[in-house]
Design a protein around this ligand. Structure first.
Ligand code: ZN
Length: 483
């Protein structure tokens, strides 16, 4: 690879650094104006005007809005209008984004003005503008998009999830990086998302909530029929005396708590998790490495509890923190968070969607994950009716697996790989014999626009085509939140 660092961040910023780590690009914090890099990034907290001059000679991604202001922000925003025209932040000035709240750029009340690419001066202004203070914990009731955009609201499932559109921010930054690397005349290098030879992943997560022996057995049999590994977050009180039913090489046992509750004193929450872990260890001889608080909740209190449990778990998985995204660490003191798709078949209970529509919903989510080249993590409960979703979805997964377009993993495998990837120094030409080695993927230029998304999906080969179709990716991310 180039001897020059690709991305130079002028100042440390937790939110931007998280995105850089997720993207797996080569980056550093610049020491001074003479430090070398191909593309400069001004994070939202950069207020030193010395970088304004440097930006005249270098492709720059600007989160401060300063460079755009200097040029007049209203010109040149047309490029992304079609990508970002969404009501996401049209109604407010402050948008919660990374660990912090983002103040929208004064002239960018609607998101379609929020990424501004100034070709002559080689500057991308990202006015999905960013953030100011501490981590956001609010969640909101998000109505999920159906495959048919015309589906009435009564057919759409909702779930209380995080307010921060982390995945959207990651994809927006990546889009800006592509522009910047074209200007810089260098290919964009990123760490491969998955080990060599693995195209994509399908993962089944089960929360055992109040599951009876019969319901657990039925679901386990279905998973066995399709030869699917799974991760079970156990509500241990409900399985008193028969926890050994979860001992199986294809099952990862994880912790959901003794009681199915996410409220109470911090001490009670901590004990609920740790006691459940202990019961599992005593009765099954297995040491769980994953934890998920009931209801997907993630609050300041739960964050504190996780800090106390950090050494006991490799990962946590709470959609109150994030969903439909690759993993990331909320901070250095908590376990890695592994986002899932937060809608399960049971989420449709109070909707008027037909069984066929529900099945189509999950097939659509699987296909859009395939399209993005990111894992699909399906979530279910043994006591909830599946409306035929399991058979239709698992049959499709089996086909894709047969075509080597995906592998089926547990959440532990995914969290473990992500931890390795995050720490790895990638190789370029000489493959590292170590199975856990990480490869640099080089992306040049922009992906071609495809009109027929179905044909793209079926012909899609991630190894030959690391480039993604950005328009549909962003629309998909946004669709979940705006339809
Ligand atoms: Zn639960």
């Amino acid at each position: 690879m180039n001897t020059t660092v690709q991305f130079g961040l002028t100042k440390y910023h937790k939110g931007v650094v998280t995105l850089l780590q997720q993207l797996g690009v080569d980056w550093t914090i610049l020491r001074d104006e003479n430090s070398s890099c191909s593309v400069m990034i001004l994070p939202p907290n950069e207020d030193d005007a010395v970088w304004n001059d440097v930006s005249l000679d270098k492709p720059t991604i600007d989160y401060t809005g300063r460079l755009a202001r200097r040029q007049g922000v209203t010109s040149g925003q047309v490029h992304l209008t079609h990508l970002l025209d969404t009501p996401w932040n049209q109604h407010s000035w402050d948008v919660p984004i990374h660990p912090i709240t983002v103040r929208t750029y004064p002239k960018a009340q609607s998101l379609h003005k929020s990424m501004w690419i100034d070709e002559p001066s080689q500057c991308c202004h990202i006015g999905l503008p960013f953030w100011s203070h501490s981590q956001q914990f609010q969640s909101w009731m998000a109505p999920m998009g159906m495959e048919q955009p015309t589906a009435p609201p009564t057919h759409r499932p909702t779930e209380r999830i995080h307010q921060i559109p982390y995945a959207l921010h990651r994809n927006t930054l990546l889009y800006a990086m592509r522009h910047a690397c074209v200007w810089a005349g260098v290919p964009l290098l990123r760490k491969a998302m998955l080990p060599k030879g693995v195209s994509n992943l399908f993962i089944v997560r089960v929360d055992s909530d109040y599951g009876t022996k019969e319901s657990v057995k039925t679901l386990q049999n279905t998973l066995r029929t399709f030869d699917l590994p799974s991760t079970w977050f156990l509500h241990t009180e409900a399985h008193k005396g028969w926890l050994e039913m979860f001992i199986d090489p294809s099952i990862e046992i994880a912790v959901h708590g003794v009681r199915h509750q996410s409220r109470g004193s911090s001490e009670a929450l901590y004990r609920n998790i740790m006691q459940s872990k202990k019961e599992i260890e005593i009765e099954t001889g297995i040491r769980p490495t994953g934890v998920a608080v009931p209801f997907g909740h993630y609050t300041p209190q739960i964050s504190e509890v996780y800090k106390r449990c950090k050494d006991s778990f490799l990962y946590a998985s709470d959609f109150g923190f994030d969903s439909d995204n690759v993993p990331h660490w909320p901070n250095e003191q908590e376990p890695l968070q592994v986002p899932i798709h937060p809608i399960c078949p049971g989420s449709f209970r109070r909707t008027k969607a037909s069984h066929e529509q529900i099945q189509q919903y999950f097939l659509h989510k699987l296909h859009s994950s395939m399209h993005r080249g990111e894992p699909f993590i399906f979530y279910h409960h043994p006591m909830q009716e599946d409306m035929g979703v399991l058979t239709t979805l698992f049959e499709r997964v089996a086909e894709l697996r047969h075509e080597h377009l995906l592998e089926t993993w547990t959440l532990h495998q995914w969290a473990d790989w992500w931890t390795i990837r995050s720490k790895a120094t990638p190789y370029t030409t000489i493959p590292d014999p170590n199975a856990n080695s990480v490869q640099w993927i080089s992306e040049e230029g922009f992906p071609k626009q495809e009109t027929d998304s179905e044909s793209l999906l079926w012909s899609y080969n991630p190894l030959d085509n690391p480039l993604r179709q950005w328009k549909s990716i962003l629309l998909d991310e946004l669709g979940q939140r705006t339809q």
